[in-house]
Design a protein around this ligand. Structure first.
Ligand SMILES: Cc1cc2nc3c(=O)[nH]c(=O)nc-3n(C[C@H](O)[C@H](O)[C@H](O)COP(=O)(O)O)c2cc1C
Length: 167
C-alpha cells in the first residue's frame, strides 16, 4: 500500500486477532516514528516495544480508555522528554501518526490510548526520571469479527478553504 492510500484509509483498531506481529514489522513501525519531524530536530521521544503477554495484560488493565491493549499481541509505549516542554507533545504526536500510518500500510492497526495510570505503567516499564509516558499504542492484525469502522469525516467544504477563511 502506498503512503497516500495508507493515510486516506487508516482507521483506529481496537480489537486484535491473536496472530503474531513479527519483529521486523515492529521495527519498521518504530522507525517510522523515529523519522517524524521534530522541532529543532530534538527527537524528544523514546519507544519501548512490548511483546510479553503478561506485561501487555498488566498495562492494558491500567489504561482506562484502552483496555484493548491487554488483548493486543504487541504494543509500543511512546515516551516524552520532560526537559523539552515547548514542542515535545507535538513531536511525539507526529511520531504516533507516522507509526499508525506505517502500521496500516503493513496491514496492522492501532489506536491511540489517551487515559492511563502513568505512574504505575512507568514503574512496570522502568521509565527513568525526566521521561513521561505520552501514549501506549497497541499493534496487531484486526479481529475479523470486529473490523475497524470508518469514522464520519467533516465535509471537505467545512474544513478546507481557498485563499481566505470560509471561501
Ligand atoms: C489524542 C488522541 C487521544 C485518543 N484517545 C483515545 C482513547 O483513549 N481511547 C480510544 O479508544 N481512542 C482514542 N483515540 C482515537 C480516536 O477516538 C479516533 O482517532 C477518532 O475517533 C477518529 O477515528 P480514526 O482515527 O479511525 O479516524 C484518540 C485519538 C487521539 C488523536
Amino acid at each position: 500500500m502506498d503512503a497516500i492510500q495508507a493515510i486516506m484509509t487508516r482507521k483506529v483498531q481496537r480489537a486484535f486477532s491473536n496472530r503474531a506481529v513479527d519483529d521486523g514489522q515492529l521495527s519498521t513501525i518504530v522507525d517510522a516514528g523515529r523519522h517524524a519531524m521534530s522541532a529543532r530536530n530534538l527527537q524528544p521521544w523514546r519507544f519501548i516495544v512490548i511483546r510479553e503477554r503478561a506485561r501487555l495484560k498488566e498495562i492494558g488493565e491500567l489504561c482506562s480508555t484502552g483496555k484493548f491493549v491487554a488483548e493486543a499481541p504487541s504494543a509500543v509505549a511512546v515516551l516524552k522528554d520532560l526537559g523539552n516542554t515547548r514542542w515535545a507533545d507535538v513531536d511525539c504526536a507526529q511520531a504516533v501518526q507516522n507509526m499508525a500510518d506505517a502500521a496500516w500500510a503493513l496491514g496492522l492497526g492501532t489506536c491511540w490510548v489517551g487515559n492511563f495510570d502513568a505512574q504505575k505503567i512507568s514503574a512496570i516499564l522502568g521509565v527513568p526520571d525526566g521521561w513521561s509516558i505520552f501514549t501506549i499504542l497497541p499493534f496487531g492484525y484486526a479481529d475479523s469479527k470486529k473490523p475497524p469502522e470508518a469514522r464520519p469525516l467533516k465535509a471537505r467544504g467545512e474544513v478546507v478553504f481557498q485563499e481566505r477563511f470560509g471561501q
